[in-house]
Design a protein around this ligand. Structure first.
Ligand SMILES: NC(=O)c1ccc[n+]([C@@H]2O[C@H](COP(=O)([O-])OP(=O)(O)OC[C@H]3O[C@@H](n4cnc5c(N)ncnc54)[C@H](O)[C@@H]3O)[C@@H](O)[C@H]2O)c1
Length: 665
């Protein structure tokens, strides 16, 4: 059968052969046993819903075995034999070009070269799922292949509920992931309801089909590092010869060494999982791997002395690096961490003093002991960071819940006031005031033709547009514009494409709209094929997350999630091709609500209208909320936008004099 025919089959009538466990793939850790006997029965009932009852006698014991072995029912037998990757959209069977674009984006998230645990349908972050099982994948692809531009597919945490009649202007797909009744959002609720097969952790761009490999975060990490470098620069010098220490070479964290090289420093990234370290090394994301801590010390000393720009992976636990560099008096200029602490008990963070295998075994068989070991490691980790910070290291939380989990573990991480952490989140110090409040965020696009030449053309279109805009940009955003132009000019040379032909570029509303308009014109002229626009959920408006995206909101509203909900609703009727809203992503289940969109540009005048209408709202929703929270930069940005867009009328805050209020209490 051809690829197209296989997609159209959906869930096959006859059972495909049983698939042996593939030891060459990077698999998700066994999830902890959480279901009662009755709940296990329910999980198998739930799984069997996808199949004709004639297959139940074979599948019931097989799924029960998967549940026992892996803690989840993935339905491995149904994983397709064809290669899953982003194909040019014409290769997908389709009635709707928009649906074909979504198929391409979903397949990219499951590509072996892109996904962290492809067989378990996990794209990144250890638990960032595209689907819960292979039946959902097969059924979704079949629906997408058959749907028209007058229907909408509604998806509940990976499960395609069905096609509903809608209209041309409606989104083709509406995605929700992990949406829970608020009181059922504790980490163990995820374990339980995911094991039952009724919800999933969609991360940000995994369950929303918008992941573009580690490139997606290289740009943000580069901006963060460059600006962190500006903070520690005493005489205006750059990052030459300066040392950045961090951890994690996984889905997103794998971007750190690349960003270190682009920013021009020496970087050491610790990674406990040899699979992950080797994958990033083979893909050219990190220059060298060292697994001996003494050799690491020597290598770092030499690199610092000669101001070499180099990225080094240390294969081992990051706590060993922080402690050893303290003993050896190696000065760390910048420090952070990108282990998956949003998921601390299920493989996101590995305890020190034991091998990777020992830790995995303890996690599955002695979860309480594992939890203790993680918390003890966090305390040691924080102590070592504190010793370096006392010598002058600038440490920042990089949005992985390090400070939050360290505080919960009782680590010495709280500020003197007992309320704040000792260290800032990168959004409080850098990303919030310098980017989000002005509307700059991780805009992205994917060339649906799959042609690298199309990507190169879009890079030059985007760079021309930004250079033109910069001529009239106010001084407040000149630095951002310059950094982004420099980024897009070097993007091709930095060879960051893994999977689909995608590009990320921080831009504000004006930049996003003008770039998208220029793309749509180029498509109409036949200069490039269709293009999918999107963004990370980690953006100006898409995410309410009190310890990350909205950590620089100080009016008390950072614990609300109205902004993210308005955003997804607002985008959906302004022309998005698909929209998504998730509980969990980045910092953890129950800790964040985040949403995003995808939009296909096909060169038509309808696409031109949609992009203007939707992108304007997609950015300015967040700026208006940030402005209402009295953030100066956002007040500046929204006033400027209202001058440009007469139909935009936003409520502005009046600023009260603190002296007037302070004397009242
Ligand atoms: N700041 C941002 O913009 C941003 C963006 C995306 C993700 N994140 C967050 O960053 C974290 C990492 O994301 P990811 O996709 O790379 O996750 P991941 O799970 O793919 O990678 C994390 C890596 O850390 C390694 N690790 C765990 N404990 C370790 C230890 N003690 N020492 C050394 N290595 C260790 C793991 O083996 C894993 O490979 C997540 O919490 C994610 O939510 C932040």
């Amino acid at each position: 059968m051809t690829f197209k025919e296989q997609i159209l089959v959906g869930i096959p009538n006859e059972l495909p052969p049983h698939k042996p466990f593939d030891h060459n793939s990077n698999h998700a850790p066994k999830r902890k046993e959480i279901l009662t006997k009755e709940e296990k029965k329910l999980a198998i009932h739930n799984a069997l819903r996808y199949f004709d009852s004639k297959h139940h006698p074979v599948l019931a014991p097989e799924f029960a075995e998967e549940l026992k072995k892996y803690g989840r029912v993935y339905m491995h037998r149904f994983r397709p034999d064809y290669k899953i990757h982003a194909r040019p959209i014409e290769e997908y069977p389709h009635q709707s070009k928009q649906a074909a674009a979504i198929m391409m984006m979903a397949q990219n998230n499951l590509d072996d070269a892109v996904a962290q645990h492809p067989h378990e349908l996990i794209t990144y972050g250890g638990n960032g799922a595209v689907f819960q099982n292979w039946a959902q994948y097969l059924l979704t692809m079949q629906y997408l292949a058959n749907m028209t531009d007058e229907q909408t597919l509604h998806m509940y945490s990976g499960h395609p509920m069905g096609l509903f009649p809608s209209g041309k202007e409606a989104p083709r797909v509406v995605v929700t992931n992990g949406m829970m009744i608020p009181n059922y959002s504790q980490p163990d609720d995820w374990e339980k309801f995911n094991a039952l097969g009724v919800t999933q952790y969609g991360q940000m761009t995994a369950g929303s089909f918008m992941y573009i490999g580690p490139q997606g975060i290289v740009h943000g990490t580069t901006i963060t590092l460059l600006n962190a470098g500006r903070k520690v620069s005493k005489n205006g010098e750059g990052l030459e010869g300066k040392l950045f220490v961090t951890a994690g070479l996984g889905g997103m964290s794998g971007a750190q060494p690349k960003a270190g090289n682009i920013a021009g420093c020496v970087s050491v990234t610790a990674e406990v999982n040899p699979f992950a370290a080797n994958k990033r090394h083979e893909q050219g994301w990190v220059d060298e791997i060292i697994d001996d801590i003494d050799l690491l010390v020597e290598r770092v000393r030499a690199a610092k002395a000669t101001k070499e720009v180099v990225s080094i992976a240390y294969q081992g636990n990051v706590v060993d690096v922080w402690e050893k560099f303290d003993q050896e008096n190696i000065y760390i200029d910048l420090g952070s961490d990108q282990t998956s602490l949003h998921n601390p008990w299920a493989g996101g963070y590995y305890p020190v003093g034991m091998s990777f295998e020992e830790a995995n075994e303890m996690m599955a068989n002695e979860p309480d002991k594992f939890k203790e070991a993680v918390q003890e490691t966090l305390r040691k980790h924080a102590d070592a960071v504190n010793r370096h910070a006392a010598k002058g290291t600038y440490f920042f939380d990089y949005g992985n819940a390090f400070l939050l989990e360290a505080s919960r573990a009782g680590a010495d991480i709280m500020a003197d006031n007992g309320l704040d952490f000792k260290y800032p989140s990168y959004v409080q110090d850098i990303m919030g005031p310098m980017c989000f409040d002005y509307g700059f965020g991780p805009f992205r696009w994917v060339c649906a033709s799959g042609k690298p030449e199309d990507l190169a053309k879009t890079d030059s279109i985007a760079s021309e547009v930004l250079e033109e805009i910069m001529k009239a940009s106010p001084t407040e955003i000149q630095q951002q514009m310059a950094d982004n132009i420099q980024w897009i000019k070097a993007a091709g040379e930095n060879k960051m494409v893994v999977g689909s032909q995608a590009r990320i570029l921080y831009a504000d509303a004006e930049g996003r709209i003008k770039i998208a308009e220029a793309f749509n014109k180029a498509i109409a002229k036949g200069e490039v094929g269709p293009i999918v626009l999107g963004r990370d959920h980690h953006d100006v408006s898409g995410t309410d997350s009190p310890y990350r995206e909205t950590s620089n909101i100080y009016d008390g509203s950072r614990f609300t999630a109205d902004m993210a909900i308005h955003n997804v609703i607002g985008d959906s009727f302004r022309g998005a091709t698909w929209v998504s809203i998730h509980n969990g992503g980045g910092v953890g289940w129950g800790e964040v609500i985040n949403g995003g969109f995808g939009m296909l540009l096909d060169g038509t005048s309808e696409a031109d209208k949609r992009l203007k209408n939707m992108l304007l709202y997609d950015v300015n929703n967040g700026i208006s909320r940030r402005s209402w929270a009295r953030n100066d930069e956002a007040i500046f940005a929204i006033k400027r936008e209202m001058e440009r867009t007469p139909d935009l009328k936003v409520t502005l805050p009046n600023i009260a004099d603190s002296n007037l209020i302070d004397e009242l209490f």
